[in-house]
Design a protein around this ligand. Structure first.
Ligand code: PLP
Ligand code: COI
Length: 337
């Protein structure tokens, strides 16, 4: 199988349509058999529920080529489970886990020429999504849905590759106290669009959101969870009911404790406390671990050693596990081919 002629190490985090995507439709209370299609377009009724009332959720995971040439996905079962949580909260039917995994496999296998080679630094990003397609006018959920999963080769999430990021403490919220911040609903990202454009215009890479109830504690950014390292070497990360339970973060905490003996704390982190931390980074499927150089709180700069010794060690160990260079915990690497 010949790879596409792509400058893999120049890729950014952007959409490239690939050859095949997986689609399954839901009607009359059940999912159809599903199929691969070469059609990236979706035809919708003008009154489809997703278009007005944002009945949609999505996921993000990566396939990549390991040192021995095999292609793996990282813990796709957890993406299936989180998507099921999102669906339940959004009154959408769950797409069964075993079918989700089959869709991942089929999509990657059908697009092998697009999966970046080992050592390129790039990966094949998979985007599962679900939309409510029934035409509605009153506010109510759809009864027909589409599950779709496509892939795109991608490079680093932040423009300019791995470099210390500058974040600002946001005056807007991305989630409500008892809202949908803990699931991957499209509406959370719609909430952040104005703010991310504004942050970029003001010269920041991202917004750090505070807890929407009291606006005193750090939550996460628009597309990644946040990690701090204390001066005595502990890995500290926010706990809150309105942040997305990042699969990368959960995995990193386990790697820190079990592989590196780094103590971890998951707890509320008051904004006032962060000037006491030594290192800071963002984590997620797209972000992996992206170092944070400065968080600006209304003119006050709080700076960190970008990728300091603790985050560097964590990053290297995590990437070695994902790439099959260090033995992974049971079930973490899902072999595709
Ligand atoms: N937080 C938000 C708001 C996200 O969109 C993402 C990306 O999925 C993450 C955190 C990181 O989650 P994960 O590590 O599961 O990709
Ligand atoms: C991911 O990390 O997979 C995400 O979905 C984040 C997204 C905002 C690009």
């Amino acid at each position: 199988m010949e790879k596409k002629q792509i400058n893999w190490n120049r890729l950014e985090f952007a959409y490239t349509p690939t050859d095949w995507r997986y689609v399954s439709d839901y009607a009359d209370g059940r999912w159809d058999a599903g199929r691969l299609t070469d059609q990236p377009q979706i035809v919708l009724n003008e009154s489809a529920c997703v278009l007005h009332y944002a009945q949609t959720c999505f996921e993000g995971l990566k396939a990549y080529t390991a040192a021995d040439g095999r292609i793996f996905c990282f813990r796709p079962d957890l993406n299936a489970q989180r998507m099921a949580d999102s669906c339940r909260r959004m009154k959408m039917p769950v797409f069964p886990e075993e079918r989700f995994l089959k869709a991942v496999e089929e999509t990657v296998r059908a697009n092998l020429p697009w999966v970046p080679p080992y050592g390129s630094g790039a990966s094949f990003y998979l985007r599962p999504l679900m939309i409510g397609t029934t035409p509605v006018l009153g506010v109510k959920p759809a009864q027909e849905f589409q599950f779709r999963l496509f892939g795109s080769p991608v490079g680093p999430y932040f423009h300019g590759g791995v470099r210390p990021l500058t974040l600002r403490v946001s005056d807007m919220d991305r989630a409500a106290p008892r809202g949908t911040g803990h699931i991957k609903a499209g509406l959370n990202y719609a909430m952040s669009l104005y703010n991310i454009v504004d942050a970029h215009e003001q010269g920041y890479d991202e917004n750090v959101y505070l807890d929407p109830a009291t606006r005193t504690c750090i939550e996460e950014t628009g597309g990644a969870n946040i990690l701090f390292v204390s001066r005595d070497g502990k890995l500290v990360t926010p706990k809150s009911g309105s942040i997305l339970p990042s699969i990368t973060r959960r995995s990193l905490l386990q790697v820190a404790e079990e592989y590196l003996g780094i103590p971890v704390e998951e707890r509320e982190i008051p904004l006032e406390e962060i000037s006491g931390f030594a290192e800071c980074g963002l984590c997620g499927t797209a972000a992996v671990i992206s170092p944070v150089g400065c968080i600006v709180d209304h003119g006050k700069e709080i700076c960190f050693t970008g990728m300091g010794p603790v985050l560097r060690k964590l990053y290297d160990t995590f990437v070695d596990i994902r790439m099959g260079r260090i033995e992974a915990p049971e079930g973490w690497l899902y072999e595709i081919v």
